[in-house]
Design a protein around this ligand. Structure first.
Ligand code: ATP
Ligand SMILES: Nc1ccn([C@H]2C[C@H](O)[C@@H](COP(=O)(O)O)O2)c(=O)n1
Length: 677
């Protein structure tokens, strides 16, 4: 996951390949609650691991469900032993449900029916998301629910219900604000339907019927056969009791599929037809958002489908503008808003009033952000109308505010395919964790762009100037890859000296051949592997540094390592540290920093570094070694250490690490187009 302040996506050209999607959020949280209420143990496969499922799992654990493992583990099923319709005696506590509507609403209904003493809390945005219609419906039954802050909104206090007045009259609930209210009642009221039918009557037009369809399908899997009377009345039969189905698979998220369906529809290059294969969900999915396919097809996408996969490619181009009632695909429809940027006219998305009460006011958010890109946007209470930028020149490089809304972040990433070839900045990219923590990694694994567009920040300088430290911090702040080129020379020096080779011209060709074939690997923790040996520590000694300096003076060794270094240039960008990053390996890098500090200062830093690791050291020896290394690195014939002509020089002798990082990031920021008029 990109845990950065923002993520800059370079302009993208094409995409191709296969993506496996995470499980559906709607199905995951429903299955978790139903399993928790059931008799027996349910084994759940392919459960989504996200913010929303995590708060649900934590809540269910607080209610006394046995859950193993306690959190979703990749590739491992999760088992829940349910409470069989009864809470433990004196059940009480505070449930923090973040911004997860799929946890707050159904859990409120279930706990209000089960009784106990609970406070239902969340993040500030949750306190702006209405719940009054659900509370009103539950109060009709005799449930005890109080508002702890504003009337009609969480946080809530739930107490013991009194069902003594419960008659046969239908329970009424509004259907036109959020279908989650009806879903919540449908999942909670089987707990009350032990000896009588319970009827729920929808008041007003029922929105988002596909989500109710998911609820009904899953209830059936857990033994509850609800009678659906034309989406207006739902009868839960007497004698209902939740029963675990034993094992259940969660479909991949059809709303998440929308970004990759759109990607397939907009990606192509002039010469070859690209396509995106999506695994985990097919046309026969129970999720309503699968009908996004029809909308994408109407805009020109070509879609093929099998039982558990989709394959999407570009059909017509530009895409066709559409005028669509999106009531049946409220979440995925946001993706159409960004596809509209590539259409041949004005696209209107109608009947989307529910967008206003989602993670953010999505109509307002989409309008503001689409305008930043150069689109003309009209918004109404329940519609949005989007006209793409009038020409290539009318596109703007935008910094997209994401409003803590995962779908805003994901759909706007597709604006990186703009014809003006401008980058797009996504603010707070980690908000995708709500449903798809690795969304950007999945996107980048499919996308291609010209090498020159993948930005490289070069940080060159003498030993112990702080290059490695600063490069790692800058890469972390930007979510970029990291190339520690010195490590490659250190590994070569280590391998050559272990092979008993002289580290000079006499072994040049042999060392170069070795360098070409070294099984080197850097893992996610920045550990360095040579085959299956972790050599992270071995290459960090002063001797290894000196050996690296020796082999690095050999031209054949330098050329042997070029391709390995270039291969680090991945999306979304790279920070490379070394001696010749800016002068030789990445001569077109948009930012080159030459970082230095006085020899005395560097020797002192190295001294402290070694002592802190428990390695004994002597400042004057370190100073002499470092000056010898400087001399060799600066005076060799090939790629000597020197500032690139277009580099910015930074003397860090009197600066802290934080100040240096801030300076480099500020230079980087100055080079960005975002937000410029
Ligand atoms: N501006 C700074 N102020 C104080 N200490 C620093 C500063 N920059 C780096 N250091 C410290 O100096 C030591 C050496 O830094 P670092 O290993 O990043 O240097 P380097 O240039 O990558 O060295 P080498 O080329 O030998 O790999 C580290 O302990 C680091 O924390
Ligand atoms: N781009 C590079 C990186 C490193 N070297 C050589 C010269 C250094 O003394 C040695 C070790 O590098 P360090 O890990 O200290 O950065 O490797 C080079 O020639 N070119």
């Amino acid at each position: 996951m990109f845990n950065t302040e923002f993520l800059d996506i370079p302009a993208l050209d094409s995409a191709n390949g296969t993506v496996s999607l995470p499980g559906s959020k709607s199905i995951s949280n429903r299955v978790l609650l139903l399993a928790a209420l059931s008799q027996g143990t349910t084994t759940i496969h392919d459960l989504l691991d996200s913010d929303d499922t995590r708060v649900m799992l934590a809540g269910l654990q607080q209610l006394g469900c046995r859950i193993t493992p306690s959190n979703v583990a990749p590739g491992q099923p999760l088992q829940i032993t349910g409470i069989d319709g009864f809470l433990p005696n004196n059940a009480r506590g505070q449930l923090f449900l973040g911004n997860a509507g799929t946890a707050m609403r159904p859990l409120t209904a279930a706990l209000a029916v089960l009784g106990g003493d609970f406070e239902m809390t969340g993040v500030p945005r949750m306190y702006e998301r209405p719940i009054g219609d659900l509370v009103d419906a539950l109060r009709q039954l005799g449930c005890a629910i109080d508002y702890l802050k504003d009337e009609g909104f969480p946080p809530l206090k739930i107490g013991q219900p009194d069902f003594s007045q419960l008659g046969d009259a239908p329970i009424q609930v509004r259907g036109d604000v959020s279908s989650q209210f009806l879903t919540s009642l449908l999942m909670a009221l089987p707990l009350l339907a032990t000896d009588r039918d319970i009827t729920i009557e929808v008041v007003g037009e029922l929105i988002s019927k596909p989500y109710i369809h998911i609820t009904l399908e899953l209830l059936a899997r857990f033994g509850i056969a609800v009678k659906n009377d034309n989406w207006q009345r739902f009868v839960i039969p007497a004698g209902s009791r939740y029963q675990s189905p034993g094992s259940i698979h969660v479909e991949a998220d059809a709303s998440s599929a929308s970004y990759f369906i759109a990607l397939g529809a907009i990606t192509a290059d002039a010469t070859e037809q690209n396509s995106i294969k999506i695994l985990g969900v097919g046309k026969d999915s129970i999720q309503g958002d699968i009908r996004f396919i029809e909308a994408a097809q109407a805009m020109g996408a070509q879609v093929e489908s099998g039982p558990n996969w989709l394959q999407v490619s570009r059909g017509v181009w530009p895409l066709k503008a559409i005028d669509l009632d999106c009531n049946h695909i409220p979440d995925a429809a946001m993706t159409l808003g960004v596809m509209a940027l590539y259409a041949n006219g004005t696209t209107t998305l109608r009947n989307i009033a529910s967008w206003r009460v989602k993670e953010t006011d999505r109509i307002a958010a989409m309008a503001i952000e689409l305008r930043k890109l150069g689109a003309t946007v009209e918004e109404g209470a329940d519609y949005i109308r989007i006209t793409p930028p009038a020409s290539k020149q009318a596109w703007k490089a935008a910094s997209i505010h994401t409003y803590d809304d995962h779908r805003v972040a994901m759909c706007f990433s597709l604006a990186a395919f703009n014809p003006a070839k401008l980058p797009v900045r996504i603010e707070d990219p980690k908000c995708v964790a709500k449903t798809f923590p690795d969304y950007f990694e999945a996107l980048f694994s499919l996308c291609e762009t010209e090498r020159e567009r993948i930005p490289v920040i070069c940080i060159d300088g003498p030993t112990a100037s702080g290059k490695g430290t600063i490069a790692a911090e800058v890469a972390k702040a930007l979510g970029y890859q990291l190339l520690d080129s010195g490590a490659l020379y250190r590994i070569t020096g280590l391998a050559a000296s272990r092979a008993g080779l002289a580290l000079d011209e006499s072994s040049e060709e042999t060392i170069a051949e070795m360098a070409l074939e070294m099984p080197v690997r850097f893992d996610a923790q920045q550990r360095v592997w040579l085959g299956d040996e972790d050599i992270s520590l071995a290459i960090r000694s002063e001797e290894a540094g000196m050996n690296a300096s020796r082999v690095s003076a050999l031209p054949a060794v330098r050329s042997a390592l070029v391709d390995l270094q270039l291969a680090f240039q991945h999306l979304p960008g790279l920070v490379a540290d070394g001696r010749d990053m800016g002068t030789v390996i990445f001569p077109h890098a948009p930012l080159k920093v030459y970082l230095w500090a006085s020899a005395q200062c560097r020797a002192e830093r190295r001294y402290k570094q070694l002592i802190s690791k428990g390695i004994s050291a002597n400042i004057s020896t370190l100073l002499a070694d470092l000056e010898a290394r400087d001399a060799r690195d600066m005076n060799r014939a090939t790629a000597p250490l020197k500032p690139a002509e277009d580099s910015l020089q930074l003397d860090s002798s009197q600066m802290t690490i934080e100040e240096v990082v801030a300076q480099v990031l500020s230079w980087w920021q100055e080079r960005q187009l975002f937000g410029r008029a």
